[in-house]
Design a protein around this ligand. Structure first.
Ligand code: NAI
Length: 335
C-alpha cells in the first residue's frame, strides 16, 4: 500500500467540514487504493464539533483512513500536509463593513499561510473554500513565499458545477453531455458563467438554450444560486460545497477527464481560481477563476478561447472587484 496522503481540513467542526470529511476518509479524493491521514484544524470553540466527528469517523471503520489528529495551532495542523483544505473563515455578519471582513480574515489566512509555508510537505496543494475565498487565498499565498504560487487556489468549482447542472436542466440533457462551461472572475455575484464555448452533446449550448436566456437569466441564476439555496433550504450550501471541494482536489491530483483526452482542444476543462499569469488580460497575481485542465498534477489554463465584447465586459467587471479586494488587503498590510 502507498504511504498515506496527509489532508488538513480547517473548519472541521463546521458544516462543510462535516459534509466533506466522511467522503475524504472513504477515498473520494484520491481513489480506492490511496490511504489518507486526516488532520483537523479548528479554533477552540469548534474543537468539540471536530472531536465528535472524529468519533464518528472511527465508527465508520474506513479501511483507507490511517489516522485522525485534531489541532488548534496552525503549525501543528499543517505539519506535513500534502493537501490543505481551508474551509474555516470569518463570514460576513450583519452590519459588518467589508474592511472589517477582510481584516478578520487576514488574521486567519495570514498566519495559516505562514504555517503552511513553514510546516507543510514540499508538494502541498492548497484549496481555499472559506469566503471571501479568492482574496483569502491571495492572503495565504502572499504569506507563503517559499511555496510555488500556483499551489494556492480558491474554489469556484461549486459555481462551475451549478452552471453545468442548470444548463443540463434547461437543455433537457444529461450532465455527461455538457462541456466547455467556464466560470470567470470572483466567487461572488460578479462572477461570469460563460456559455460561449459550451456544448450540449457537441452542439453549441447558446444555440440550444438561446442567447437571451444563456447570457441573461442564466448568468444571474448561477451567480445568485447561493442566495437561492439559503432562501429555499433555510441554510447555506453545504453538501454541494463539500462535493465541489472534493471534485477540485480530485481533478487537480488525478487529472480532469480521462487520460486519453487530457490534451487537445476537445479535452474537458473545469473552472478553477488560480494565481493569474496574465492570461485573458487578468492582472498577474490575482487569484481569479479561469477555464483550466489538470495535467500531470498541475493546473493549466485553457488558452486561446475567443472572448467577445459581452464576455470581455463581464470578465473585466469581476476582475475589477478582485483587484479592489487586493488593494484593500494591501492597504491593511495583509499582503
Ligand atoms: P460553519 O460556520 O458551519 O463552519 C466554519 C467552521 O470554521 C467553524 O467550525 C469555525 O469554528 C471554524 N473556524 C473559524 N475560524 C477558524 C480558523 N481560524 N481555523 C480553523 N477553523 C476555523 O461554516 P460552513 O457552512 O462550513 O462554511 C465554511 C465557509 O465556506 C464559509 O466561509 C462559507 O462562506 C464558505 N463557503 C464557500 C463556498 C465556495 O463556493 N467558495 C460555498 C459555500 C460556503
Amino acid at each position: 500500500r502507498p504511504a498515506p496522503i496527509t489532508v488538513t481540513l480547517t473548519g472541521a467542526g463546521g458544516q462543510i467540514g462535516y459534509a466533506a470529511m466522511f467522503r475524504i476518509a472513504s477515498g473520494a479524493l484520491f481513489g480506492p487504493d490511496q490511504p489518507v491521514a486526516l488532520r483537523l484544524l479548528e479554533i477552540p470553540q469548534g474543537v468539540k464539533g471536530a472531536e465528535g466527528a472524529a468519533l464518528e469517523l472511527t465508527d465508520c471503520a474506513f479501511p483507507l483512513l490511517t489516522s485522525v489528529d485534531i489541532a488548534t495551532a496552525p503549525e501543528q495542523g499543517f505539519d506535513g500536509a500534502n493537501v490543505a483544505l481551508l474551509v474555516g473563515s470569518r463570514p460576513r455578519t450583519a452590519g459588518m463593513e467589508r474592511a472589517d471582513l477582510l481584516a478578520a480574515n487576514g488574521a486567519i489566512f495570514g498566519p495559516q499561510g505562514r504555517a503552511i509555508n513553514d510546516n507543510a510537505a514540499d508538494d502541498v496543494r492548497v484549496l481555499v473554500v472559506g469566503n471571501p475565498a479568492n482574496t483569502n487565498a491571495l492572503i495565504a499565498q502572499r504569506n507563503a513565499p517559499d511555496v510555488p504560487a500556483e499551489r494556492f487556489t480558491a474554489l469556484t468549482r461549486l459555481d462551475h458545477n451549478r452552471a453545468v447542472g442548470l444548463l443540463a436542466e434547461r437543455a433537457g440533457a444529461a450532465v455527461a453531455d455538457i462541456a466547455g462551461v467556464t466560470i470567470w472572475g470572483n466567487h461572488s455575484t460578479t462572477q461570469y458563467p460563460d456559455l460561449s464555448h459550451a456544448t450540449v452533446a457537441g452542439r453549441p449550448a447558446l444555440e440550444i438554450v438561446g442567447e437571451s436566456w444563456g447570457r441573461g437569466e442564466y448568468v444571474d441564476r448561477v451567480a445568485n444560486r447561493g442566495a437561492e439555496i439559503i432562501e429555499v433550504r433555510g441554510g447555506s450550501s453545504v453538501a454541494s460545497a463539500a462535493n465541489a471541494a472534493i471534485d477540485h482536489v480530485h481533478d487537480w491530483v488525478l487529472g480532469t477527464g480521462n487520460a486519453a483526452a487530457t490534451s487537445g482542444a476537445a479535452a474537458p476543462w473545469t473552472s478553477v481560481s488560480l494565481p493569474s499569469t496574465g492570461a485573458y488580460g487578468i492582472p498577474e497575481g490575482l487569484i481569479a477563476s479561469v477555464p483550466a485542465r489538470s495535467i500531470n498534477g498541475q493546473w493549466q489554463v485553457v488558452e486561446g478561447l475567443d472572448v467577445d465584447d459581452f464576455s470581455r465586459a463581464r470578465i473585466d467587471a469581476s476582475v475589477a472587484e478582485l483587484a479592489a479586494e487586493r488593494d484593500q488587503v494591501a492597504a491593511l498590510g495583509l499582503i
